[in-house]
Design a binder for this molecule. Sequence first.
Ligand SMILES: Cc1cc2nc3c(=O)[nH]c(=O)nc-3n(C[C@H](O)[C@H](O)[C@H](O)COP(=O)(O)O)c2cc1C
Length: 393
Amino acid sequence: MKTSRSVASPRVVCIEDFRPLARRRVPQSVFDYLDGGAEGEVTLRENCRVFEDVSFRPRHAVVTPECNLRTRVLGFELSLPFMLAPVGYSRLMHPGGEVAAARAAGQAGTAYILSTISGHRLEDVKAASNAPVFYQLYLMGGRAAAEAAIERARVAGFSALVVTIDTPVSGIRERDFRNGMKELVSGSPLQKIPFLPQILLRPGWLASFLLDGGLPGLPNVVVPGKGPLPLVDVAAALAESAVTWADLRWIRELWRGPIVVKGVLTGDDGRRAIDEGAVAISVSNHGGRQLDCVPASLRVLPEVVEAVNGQIEVWMDGGIRRGGDIVKAICLGARAVLCGRAYAYGLAAAGEAGVHRAIEILRADLERTLRLLGCPSVADLDRSYVNVPKSWD
Ligand SMILES: Cc1cc2nc3c(=O)[nH]c(=O)nc-3n(C[C@H](O)[C@H](O)[C@H](O)COP(=O)(O)O)c2cc1C
C-alpha cells in the first residue's frame, strides 16, 4: 500500500522521477543492472539524447476532441502504440517481476514481451494478461532448450516469437562487474561475500526477495532431462546463445506463428530479416547494453524504414522516456515502440503499481502531445509533424 501511494504522489510526474525511487528500494547491483549500459555508455546516453534533435511541427487552431491512440501490431489491435520490452531478471527488481508487468500491460490493453531470462514460468506470465503476450527467445541452453520453450509458448498461447539477434556475447556492463553482479547471481557463497554489504543496506528489498524464495533458476530454460537452468550456469549459457540467420530458419520450422527480429540497426539487416521470414523487426541496440558506440535507435530508424519499404512492420526501442519520444518514433516510420527501462524503473520502485503508473504517464503524455500537435490519432502521424536535422537525409 505504501508503494502505491508513493507512485501516485506528486513526486512521480514523469518516468525520470522513478529512478531515484528505484535506486532507494533495490540494492546498488540491481539498480545498476537495470540502469546501466555497455562500456562507456555512449549509446545508452545517445539513445535518449537523440530525441532532442527532432522537433515538432504542430498544426494549431485544430480541434482534436478525442485522440485515438490505438494501433495494430501483428494483426492485433492494441490500445496504445507502445509495448513492454523484454527485461531480463525482472523478478530481481520486484517479486512480482514478469507477472506484474504482464498484468499491468494487459490491463492497459497492450502487449508484453517476456524475456528468456525470466524468473516466472511462462505459463503464469501468459495467464496474467488478456492482451497479446510475445516470447523473446535466446538460444540459452542450446537448441533443445529452445525447442522445449517454443512448444511451451505455443501451448500456453503466446502470440509471437521475438528473436533477439544482437547478443552473440553479452556486452560488458562495467557497473555490473564492479558490483559483483555475476558473483551475486551465479557465484558460490564465498564469492558472494564481498558484495553482500550493499544488499544488507536494502533490508526491505532483501526481506521481499527472501520471502519470494530467492531467485530461482530460469524456469523457461529447461534443458530436457536436466530441469530448469540453474543460476550458476546462466553466464556460460548466455555466452553460447548466439542466434544466426541459420538458427532463425530452424526456428521458423518449429514456430508457425509470427516471428519478430529484434536488434536490427541497418537497412541490410532489415532486408535480410524479410528474406528469412520475419513479419516485423525492432530497430534496437538493446538499450545500449551490447555493442557500445552504435548509433541511437531513432537515428537509424529512417534508414531501416526506407530499406524495408513497407514490406514488414518496423518497431523501435531505445531511449523512450516520454510520450513525445513515442510520437517522434512513429512520425519517423515506426508502427509501435517498445519501452524497457521506462516501465522497469516503475517495477523496481513499486512493483505492479509502479508499472501501472509508468504506463499511465506515457499514455497521458501521448494524448497531450497529439492534442498539442493538432493530430487526431496515432494513425495520422507522419513525417510532416516533425523536423529532422538536414544531416539525417
Ligand atoms: C535490465 C534490462 C534487461 C534486458 N533484458 C533483455 C532480454 O532479456 N532480452 C532482450 O531481447 N532485451 C533485453 N533488454 C533490452 C530491452 O528489451 C530493450 O531493447 C531496451 O531496454 C530498450 O531501451 P530502453 O531501456 O532505453 O527503453 C533488457 C534491457 C534492460 C534495461
